[in-house]
Design a protein around this ligand. Structure first.
Ligand code: ZN
Length: 424
């Protein structure tokens, strides 16, 4: 059979989906699933729904998804399956960082990364690896350099990088001189409702899963951006706290933004509106406190910081919150330690350990619009799973004690032995 250029091109498009200009649907990025079934047995399961933990559980994973979950001995584990015995250990869903920037510079003056998108992409590889090894199986990149984060999705899907599953906004959108361009040129700069609309369309066409808007914007510009994003069936995240100009974030709540990022400066009426409307929050307290407080940043510091007081108000108002780090600069390299700090800060400020685990898993997925495929250990969902040495309900710090990371049914790393079910 002769393949001329057009046919070859079409074949490449259908086989690999690699043509960069084609739009990428806002679905969880799927890798080719492992062919061998995997079972985790003897586990104490915290499934991420918020329900009570169950002991003596077998979790069977097939084709990258949870296939069966039930009491040991009742779940049929097929011959030849890989088995990890997790007796006495706790199992939780893979963690989600709902605010990250994979290709920001690692120092405030770190412009070498901005010389070329390829450089920023290479630099993000070890950062991504570190995260998935630490238990972060999905991350939401809330704004990247050029189309680097959109390309990371494809690299992940192809299996070229060891990384949390990227869910990305591509480039952020702001008015002239806005937050995304004030220090680095890392946002699309547009003015007028039509330009905001067009920027939303361009990002989604290029492969963005969500849209992120940064101030400044007029009410009309924000309204156009939110309306257009919703028409294109995506969610909008809006950055709060810029210039402490509270009108910006008030408009975001009034106009039904889906997620409000950062709990740095949220007035009480906005907090109330968020609770009433079900607008999600990703408070990212720890990074800013680390920046400002030095050693007093520690989670066990009894004195509540102003950001923690805002967090407590959000909790009181019934606002559902996901865990995000916003780790920039040198803090990227502290991660995922910073992620666990944020989880522990949720508990310090009024969440139960179970609620903090739900925020780190199910709420992360739901906030981003991926609740159907990610966030909990339930049949049919993508099999992202951690085996922990300690009990995080007894002490939330045990969430750090990750022994095994399973992502989409693939063992990314494990300190526990991998067995095989022998044929009868
Ligand atoms: Zn951010």
């Amino acid at each position: 059979m002769r393949l001329d250029g057009l046919w070859l091109w079409m074949l490449l498009v259908t086989a690999g989906g690699m043509v960069v200009s084609s739009p990428v649907a806002a679905q969880a990025t799927l890798r080719e699933a492992p062919t061998t079934a995997l079972a985790v047995t003897g586990a104490r399961l915290i499934d991420g729904t918020g329900g009570e933990p169950v002991t003596g559980v077998t979790i069977l994973i097939r084709n990258g998804r949870f296939a069966d979950i039930g009491p040991d001995g009742q779940v049929q584990v097929p011959d030849g399956a890989h088995v990890i015995r997790a007796d006495g250990r706790t199992v939780v869903p893979g963690l989600i960082d709902a605010h990250f920037h994979m290709n920001y510079p690692t120092t405030p003056a770190g412009t070498p990364f901005l010389l070329h998108p390829a450089l920023s992409a290479y630099r993000s590889i070890p950062v991504l690896e570190r995260h998935v090894m630490g238990g972060i199986t999905t991350l939401f990149d809330a704004g990247g350099y050029r189309d680097g984060t959109i390309m990371a999705k494809e690299a992940y899907r192809q299996g070229w990088i060891t990384s949390p599953r990227p869910i990305v906004v591509g480039e952020r959108i702001n008015g002239t001189g806005g937050h995304g361009v004030s220090r680095f040129d890392m946002a699309v700069e547009v003015d007028g409702a039509d330009e905001f609309r067009r920027a939303v369309r361009q990002q989604i066409h290029a492969g963005a899963d969500l849209i992120k808007i940064l101030p400044p914007y007029s009410r009309e510009e924000l309204q156009a951006a939110i309306e257009e994003t919703h028409l294109l069936q995506r969610r909008v995240a809006v950055h709060s706290g810029y210039l402490r100009q509270l009108a910006y974030i008030r408009w975001a709540a009034e106009l039904d933004a889906d997620i409000i990022m950062h709990a740095y400066a949220l007035p009480d009426d906005v907090i109330r509106m968020m609770g009433e409307k079900g607008i999600w929050a990703v408070p990212t307290m720890s990074i800013m406190m680390k920046n400002q407080l030095g050693p007093r940043y520690r989670v066990d510091n009894p004195e509540p910081h102003q950001y923690e007081i805002i967090f407590q108000k959000l909790l009181e108002a019934g606002v559902r919150m996901a865990i995000g780090t916003d780790a920039l600069y040198q803090y990227m390299l502290d991660n995922p330690g910073l992620y666990f700090d944020e989880v522990e800060r949720f508990v310090k400020n009024g969440c139960t350990p179970m609620e903090a685990i739900v925020s780190a898993t199910r709420y992360g997925a739901e906030a981003l619009g991926y609740g159907v495929t990610l966030g909990t250990v339930e049949p049919g969902k993508l099999a992202d799973l951690l085996i922990l040495d300690g009990d995080p309900l007894a002490d939330i710090r045990n969430l750090r004690s990750v022994l095994t990371v399973i992502q989409e049914g693939r063992v990314i790393r494990s300190d526990l032995p991998l067995g095989v079910v022998p044929p009868p």
